[in-house]
Design a protein around this ligand. Sequence first.
Ligand code: WQD
Length: 343
Amino acid sequence: MRVLVSGGAGYIGSHTVVQLIAAGHEVVVVDNFGNAKPAVMGRLDTLTGTHIPMHAFDVTDKDKTEHLFATERIDAVIHFAGLKAVGESVQIPLDYYQNNLESTFSLLRAMRRHGCHTLVFSSSATVYGDQAPVPYQEDYEPLGAASPYGRTKVMIEHVLRDVAHIETDWRIGVLRYFNPVGAHVSGTIGEDPQGIPNNLMPFIAQVAVGRREKLQIFGDDYPTPDGTCQRDYIHVEDLAAGHVAALNRIVNSDDPIRTWNLGTGTGTSVLEVVKAFERASGQPIPYDVVGRRAGDLPAFWADATRANEELGWHATHTIDDMCADTWRWQSQNPQGYDDSVEE
Ligand code: WQD
């Protein structure tokens, strides 16, 4: 199939592009480079051995999105594009609601106008909110997130459900990610957050490579085995494979919409991640334990049974793989993509 990947120059999008092409699909990327570097595209061409058509604009632009569908044959869409920083979303909520919702509306309308009804949507475990029993299961209701970012994902899931309920020729896969980490085994592409990383793994990687002095651990007084929060870290390559599997499933499905958790089903603590990274990198990760971060939950992980059974998909990478692959990317690219001369 010819797949449009919105946000295809981003962290998860770029890894998914590689796996889509490896699976025999053609890919077209659209990205506004708001949270990605143009250098990624040259690396993707190198990794895949093909030139990937690229459109540089924001899919909230309805006219440009319409023009893309009018000029490119698109069989399916994987929609990653959107603003995704939880803390930032609290500061600029209108930007988050407008960008994340309008980009989805713009794509859905252009898809419908051009007879393209196959969509994989990038959602997040954050939609489970803070009351859901662990492990999280897809049928849990009510959805509810604790940040404007998370609420945009909840809203979009509801939009997709309501559209698919009445327009039953849609084939929509909703994927709820847990904590994506890691990098392509070559070290050629990886996570390259702009500014100070919000997330644990990229921050640890920047400490290991000498860009940051030490890690701050946000609380070790949680009701968990070692007092630090537990999360379901999933390797970005497993996550990318989940998108390929979901695409293959929905095109052969009778369900207009279906939701799957993409997680390992295992919780790993902050301290366990630190120790695994030290093993993988051979670098000490100095840290201070400081106060809890607002909004953090003590522990959650996925029930991935539905994806295992319905997609034939399983996460295969261990936390040690995740740390080793992150370290290879970071040590080969200490400044991220800024190291590279734009191809
Ligand atoms: C993990 C653990 C922190 C940084 C977030 C979003 C979620 C999704 C994934 C988009 C927590 C601790 C972290 C640090 C630390 N993003 N930590 N020091 O918060 O589980 O999920 O990213 O979909 O929506 O909420 O991931 O990596 O930020 O934190 O101690 O410098 O690491 O307290 O316990 P989180 P995280």
